[in-house]
Design a protein. Structure first.
Length: 165
C-alpha cells in the first residue's frame, strides 16, 4: 500500500514539474469513458440498442452490419425514421424538431440528443462522484477536446466557448 502511495506521489511531483515548465495550461481530451463514469451513460452499442425498441432486434442490425457500429447505426436510423414520423410516442419531439430533419438519420440523431440531454440534466445533479466532479470543475486548463455528444462538459465548464465541427 505504501509503495503505491509513494509511486502516486512521485507521479504527482513529476506532473507538477512538467506543468510548471509549460508555457500554458494543458488541454484535456475527454472521451466517452468520462460520461460513462460520471453520468452512467451507455456505450455506443447500448445507446443504439435503446432505440431498437419497436423495431427489429438489435442483434439483427449487428448481424446485418457485420458488427460495424456505424453501419448498425445507419440501419437502425433507416428503420427508426419511419417509426419517428408515425408513432404518437414522438409527437411532441417531432413537432418541436421536424424542421431540423435533413435525411433518414435525423430522427435517430434527434432522439439520441434528447435522451442524452435528459440523462445529463438529471445525472449532473445526482452523480455518484460529486467530490470528483467538483474537483474537475475547478481545473485550470486552456481547453477541452471531446467527441462526446452529451453536454456534461458544457455544464461542468460553463465559461468555455463551444466549437462544433
Amino acid at each position: 500500500m505504501w509503495e503505491r502511495v509513494n509511486k502516486m506521489n512521485q507521479i504527482k511531483s513529476k506532473l507538477i514539474e512538467q506543468f510548471k515548465m509549460a508555457g500554458a495550461a494543458p488541454f484535456l481530451f475527454i472521451g466517452s469513458g468520462f460520461s460513462r463514469r460520471y453520468l452512467n451513460l451507455e456505450d455506443w452499442s447500448s445507446l443504439l440498442r435503446r432505440f431498437t425498441e419497436g423495431l427489429k432486434p438489435f442483434e439483427y442490425y449487428m448481424a446485418s452490419a457485420g458488427g460495424d457500429l456505424p453501419t448498425v447505426a445507419s440501419l437502425i436510423a433507416n428503420d427508426f425514421h419511419d417509426r419517428w414520423w408515425m408513432d404518437p410516442l414522438y409527437d411532441v419531439s417531432r413537432e418541436k424538431s421536424k424542421s431540423k430533419v435533413r435525411d433518414k438519420t435525423s430522427a435517430l440523431r434527434i432522439e439520441i440528443c434528447n435522451h442524452l440531454n435528459s440523462v445529463t440534466a438529471h445525472a449532473f445533479k445526482s452523480t455518484a462522484y460529486p467530490e470528483e466532479v467538483a474537483a474537475l470543475s475547478k481545473l485550470n486548463v486552456d481547453g477541452i477536446i471531446t467527441t462526446n455528444w452529451d453536454v456534461f462538459i458544457e455544464k461542468l465548464f460553463p465559461d468555455y466557448r463551444v466549437y462544433t465541427g
